[in-house]
Design a protein around this ligand. Sequence first.
Ligand code: ZN
Length: 360
Amino acid sequence: MALGPVQSGPVSDQPNPPGTPRGGLYLSHPACLEHDPRAQMPLHPDTPERLLAIERRLSERQWLGWERREAPATEESQLELVHSRRHVEAIRELCMAGGGAVDPDTFVGEASFRAALHAAGGACEMTRALLAGEAHTGFCAVRPAGHHAEPDRAMGFCLFNNVALAAETAIRELGVERVLVFDWDVHHGNGTVEAFRDRPDVLVAGIHQSGIFPGTGSISDVGSGPGLGHTINLPVPAGSEEDLWISLLEHIVLPAAGAFQPQLVLVSAGFDAHRADPLAGCLLASTSFARMACQVREFAEGLDIPVGAVLEGGYEPEALAESVEATLAALGGEGEAESVAPDALLTSRAASHIGRYWPL
Ligand SMILES: [Zn+2]
């Protein structure tokens, strides 16, 4: 899809005809550039250049008409909506001591704690703004990412779970009763699943490549206790192309989400399923993310609820930047959802697990 010119202008509450591009809220903070795992591992893929590439590209497009806001630092107490105090203190103390390894992939330096406070704070602030009606959509370009961070454990480049914190902010602070988290990062969002595994008020649905980090996310894991059916794990094989991803979104995730009737959609927006990404083996293009974003946007428009996306992975900076641009354009109203046929094998296999809980 060629991205055409996008109208720019202030965020507005005025209703727009369907398909009319409109801006959203873009949150980031310079502190997010200061987290740099290369101090401990020189070839680490999570570089500040990822954010710089996104911002360079968006600035060339006049930010697509989106309103830019600073991602504020969250209070440490807000982190405890999801994380144990022990975990928060351990990360803070490791950073204050100059940094080090959390696990073989995850490193922090002195500036990482502050970066993580702004990353989490951005996701929470975006949620507050969306639910206050300040915009219909938002995007947080923050790092470190969050979706691997479990309540009591940092892992997989993630310190605190930004999206889970945003969902809890919506529920506990703002009175939202049901939140959909859709995770399109190529890696399974184990942290988000664990945060809400036994909860019926957050539907966590994700598509990820099977057989890679972190190794969780079996299709048969559908949550626990009162949360049974509220975890939807959709693993796909290496080499999967966009039609399979969109098929699972259109024919599994969105029908279940429609029955769930969320009041807010949060997207764990990783872009490492891109074919150029060095960490995984799926074959999406930048436009594939726009196609998924159109599906999500139209779903949310149908319920008249906001959509907020938070950056997770994506490790080839130019592919990442192009994918984020395509996603923002689509979330802002460009393009229309295009229906794809159900995948013969995986959609029916997923339906046999998920269809016990939701009308698909
Ligand atoms: Zn990832």
